[in-house]
Design a protein around this ligand. Structure first.
Ligand SMILES: C[S@@+](CC[C@H](N)C(=O)[O-])C[C@H]1O[C@@H](n2cnc3c(N)ncnc32)[C@H](O)[C@@H]1O
Length: 240
């Protein structure tokens, strides 16, 4: 049976992690194959066509492999029907707390990649520079509410008019679905070599209220798919 363009995209992006060994490869395959946010951001063309991207808490850089693979597939005419043309970022900078993930990113992209740079650092401390798009996928809830507020305000200041902040958060008002989501998150984090983390949760209303107070135009989309989770994508745009 022939592969669909989406399967080709997952295959192409995951190949990037082959040099890092089976864990890196299968982690990427699982993430990119089943996590709807990666599909949705491309399908709907949510990110700026060009410019500099910053991924905070980027892990091994699965997002970067996904975006680069998207460009290659589009050029080969193997693009999913109905999806927006993929973005062509000029730089992809990642900041990641865990050195092990940074090492896997380096094995995947090499130390001298023309577009990708993944550095070890804490998003609470690093300078964000002047990117056109900032992403935080499932990492904001690892630090305190006060630190979250500070990071969000710094993101807003770093982005230009028309800039995009794309993130995913859990909705603490979602009852059992949220507790399941949190339990899975704690287990996955533990299995990746962290301590069992304390998670700093907020309701969706609280997240959106704070982002709107920062003068972002916020769009929300449920990202739980068919899983009993309470994950919500927030697409936050800086007005022109
Ligand atoms: C659930 S993982 C998601 C990784 C990646 N965003 C993805 O979608 O594949 C969360 C990541 O955020 C990182 N992280 C947590 N707190 C961080 C911080 N303060 N600064 C940078 N990275 C952080 C963790 O080490 C972990 O790799």
């Amino acid at each position: 049976m022939s592969r669909s363009p989406v399967q080709m995209l997952v295959d192409e992006a995951s190949q990037t992690f082959k040099p890092g060994g089976p864990f890196a490869y299968h982690y990427a395959r699982g993430k990119l194959g089943y996590d709807t946010i990666f599909h949705e951001m491309l399908r709907r063309g949510l990110l700026p066509q060009r410019g500099q991207y910053l991924d905070l808490g980027c892990g091994q850089g699965s997002l970067f492999a996904w975006l680069l693979a998207a460009g290659r597939l589009y050029d080969r005419g193997q693009w999913p029907e109905g999806w927006a043309p993929p973005p062509r970022p000029t730089t992809l900078r990642g900041v990641e707390l865990m050195q092990k993930d940074v090492d896997r990113a380096e094995q995947a992209f090499g130390a001298q990649h023309p577009v990708v740079r993944v550095e070890q650092g804490d998003m609470n401390a690093v300078d964000f520079g002047q990117p056109d798009a900032i992403l935080i996928l499932d990492a904001l809830h690892y630090f305190s509410h006060e630190q979250q507020r500070e990071v969000l305000a710094r993101i807003r200041r770093a982005l230009p008019p028309g800039g995009v902040f794309l993130t995913r958060v859990g909705d603490a008002s979602a009852g059992l679905r949220y507790r399941i989501c949190n339990g899975v998150d704690r287990l996955v984090t533990y299995s990746r070599g962290h301590r069992l983390p304390r998670l700093y949760c907020r309701t969706l209303k609280d997240w959106v209220g704070e982002l709107e107070r920062l003068d972002f135009a916020v769009e929300t989309e449920d990202m739980s798919g068919r899983k009993p989770f309470a994950n919500v994508m927030l697409v936050c745009r800086v007005p022109h």
